[in-house]
Design a protein around this ligand. Structure first.
Ligand code: PMP
Length: 306
């Protein structure tokens, strides 16, 4: 389990983590009515703190709020004030190693019932150490017996806390069966994503990934991988993906803020490709890490110095 840093931003100020508390009667607690994002901050050799694609994370938080109807957040916050909070939080903690920041918009009106529009919200942000959820050396996946919630029920492109019960069920099912994570299928049986990461398939030298209309979270690292692959001259297809395409793929990998790039070596008891980390996966893994750490200079606009 990751370790949380002591100082937290909660309801307009930096407080001790013990003091950052929501009411048991808030909509966030009663209905899971919060939206969030998690972004990485890398500390380079000069001690500079570099946040990866922060503006995109902020935009996704705004879009999640918009979809769910947390209009008070959309109206009150802009990127500049959000960035100020990130800087304040980082400055208030003694951060020496790479970390993750979790920023959440909680609807904290009390006993408001099952509605959202116009209700009071609170922004919280906390820091924890960057322990990846999947190994960079490889992982084993199991197709989930739970289906991904469809866009017309709880939209996956909104990163809403309550919807993560779906991920918890699927991840636990995979863990109970001795696997590292799950593969979510949609109600028609097509591939969506993992419990908290997107998925890519390599076949005949080409990258294939479920399209953004496949009941998945529009992952920032998914988009990063697509851009890096195109920079490398690779063809990328975003489309509907069948589960059996994964079984016969040359390579499969997962990607996300907390997953980084994790090679998928086995799915449902079937070895993927050679069973070793594939050549393209390895290249993408390296480019991805370098772009997060500003060592390849290919997309300097992705990093924000804090
Ligand atoms: N899908 C889900 C369900 C997730 O929770 C995450 C992690 N945020 C991702 C995909 C990957 O998204 P990102 O690359 O933005 O971290």
């Amino acid at each position: 389990m990751a370790t949380m840093y002591k100082n937290v931003y909660f309801d307009g100020k930096i407080v001790d983590a013990d003091k950052a508390k929501l009411s048991v009667a808030s909509s966030a607690v009663l209905y899971g009515l919060s939206v969030y994002t998690v972004f990485p901050v890398h500390i380079n050799g000069d001690g500079e703190k570099l946040a990866f694609r922060l503006q995109d994370h902020y935009k996704r938080l705004v879009n999640s709020s918009k979809i769910i109807g947390i209009n008070t957040f959309v109206e009150k916050w802009d990127y500049a004030s959000f960035l100020d909070v990130v800087k304040e939080l980082l400055a208030s903690n003694d951060v020496e190693d790479d970390i993750y920041v979790r920023a959440t918009v909680h609807v904290d009106e009390q006993i408001a019932g099952t509605k959202v529009r116009g209700l009071k919200h609170t922004l919280s942000m906390f820091i924890y150490d960057a322990v990846p959820i999947l190994s960079p050396e490889g992982c084993r996946l199991k197709t989930s017996l739970w289906r991904r919630i469809p866009d017309n029920s709880i939209p996956s492109r909104a990163k809403v806390n309550g919807a993560y019960v779906n991920s918890v069920l699927a991840k636990q099912d995979a863990l109970d069966s001795g696997y590292d994570d799950c593969i979510f299928l949609d109600v028609q049986g097509h591939v969506c994503e993992l419990s908290a990461a997107n998925i890519f398939v390599v076949r005949h030298g080409k990258l294939i990934t479920p399209s953004n209309a496949s009941d998945l979270l529009e992952g920032i690292n998914r988009n990063t991988v697509i851009m890096l692959a195109k920079d490398m001259g690779l063809e990328v297809e975003e489309r509907t993906v069948d589960l059996t395409e994964l079984y016969v793929a040359d390579e499969v990998f997962a990607c996300g803020t907390s997953a980084n790039i994790s090679p998928v070596l086995e799915i449902d008891g079937r070895t993927i490709g050679s069973g070793e980390v594939g050549e393209l996966t390895s290249k993408i893994q390296e480019e991805h890490m370098q772009s997060r750490h500003s060592t390849n200079d290919c997309h300097p606009e992705w990093l924000v110095s804090l």
